[in-house]
Design a protein around this ligand. Structure first.
Ligand code: TRP
Length: 328
């Protein structure tokens, strides 16, 4: 069976765009492949400067992942820092990637430029080496990533090929694959930009665990246009089309056929808000149950960490042996 690895950083709250665009496909994907999902807290550490934030975010994200339907008996959901092999192989990866290669990573250039006046950690620079460890530890065949992460999967392949030719066949060479994308959800206030944790203000963002009255309010205030025709036309009517796309993702009907049922923006907004509430309610309820039962959440994460470790330990050992480190 194909082994698939995807990881997500515990930064910011999960929103409707994450869910309809990606997480929902993780849930169906668990029936089609052997999937590993890491919550990569050590990656988030590269830009973390406050105490006691990361752990809470990690727990929250874990609750969301289980609440949306990842089944601990099918999918391996684990926290990166619970599997120390990531750090161990991460160092090996650092020694197999060059300064020049890391310097060419566009994500590092962008992130460090944005942090001009702030602390730029060495971890931000060596980040792709840790990511390579994440991927290679699990003998992943496929890594579904967006365009912003393709370069990191490429460098992982380069490192794996280099390791295998220097020290002998050890790692599976992973492929970056384009994830099946669900709906492309745009910001409700700025329907030409994607709904994103980095937008300023959150009037245009629907959080996965947001309460229903707040969701309804945000949909009522969603930006549309000054016409009064409900038509699916992403270029000329981004606000209305976004509502139709969201409603379509929640109901399974096509946006075009939905458009034909509405003559007024008001009722489209109300119905879309209602459909989103109906979709998110069971998720919110399950997540809050889990967040109130920390022992159960910890148990689920321990199941994931055990399974992840049993794979990761073997791979790390294989790598150490290939290099020929003196074993204790
Ligand atoms: N770098 C990825 C991001 O910023 C997160 C990530 C870390 C990742 N390790 C990974 C993604 C391994 C895929 C595979 O989104």
């Amino acid at each position: 069976m194909t082994r698939v690895l995807s990881c997500i950083q515990p930064t910011g709250d999960v929103h409707l765009g994450n869910y309809l665009g990606a997480l929902r496909n993780w849930v169906s994907g668990q029936h089609q492949a052997d999937v590993f999902h890491g919550i990569v807290d050590l990656h988030a550490l590269t830009i973390t400067d406050q105490p006691h934030v990361l752990g809470e975010r990690t727990l929250h994200l874990a609750a969301v992942l289980f609440a949306v339907g990842l089944d601990p008996n099918k999918a391996t959901v684990f926290v990166q820092s619970h599997v120390p092999e990531h750090n161990q192989l991460g160092w090996v990866m650092e020694c197999l990637v060059s300064y020049g290669e890391l310097s060419r990573m566009t994500q590092f250039k962008d992130k460090s430029a944005k942090r001009e006046a702030e602390f730029v950690s060495a971890g931000l620079f060596t980040y792709p080496a840790l990511q390579a460890a994440d991927i290679l530890l699990y003998d992943a065949d496929e890594v579904p990533v967006g365009d912003d992460q393709r370069q990191h999967v490429e460098i992982t392949r380069d490192i794996a090929v280099r390791f295998n030719s220097r020290f002998g066949e050890t790692f599976v060479i992973p492929r970056a694959v384009t994830p099946k994308v669900g709906a492309r959800v745009m910001d409700l206030q700025q329907p030409t930009s994607k709904m994103s944790k980095s937008s300023d203000g959150d009037a245009g963002i629907i959080y996965l665990l947001e309460d229903p009255s707040s969701i309804a309010k945000k949909f009522k205030r969603a930006v549309t246009d000054s016409e009064n025709e409900v038509r699916y036309d992403r270029n000329n009517k981004p606000g209305v089309s976004n509502l139709l796309d969201i409603l379509s993702a929640c109901t399974g009907e096509t946006p075009e056929s939905l458009a034909s049922k509405y003559t007024q923006y008001g009722s489209l907004k109300t119905d879309t808000g209602d459909a989103v509430v109906a979709t998110l309610t069971p998720i919110r309820e399950r997540a809050s149950e889990l967040l109130q039962d920390k022992a159960e959440l910890a148990r689920l994460l321990a199941v994931g960490a055990d399974r992840a470790r049993s794979v990761a330990m073997k791979t790390l050992s294989r790598a150490y042996d290939a290099i020929g480190l003196l074993r204790p």
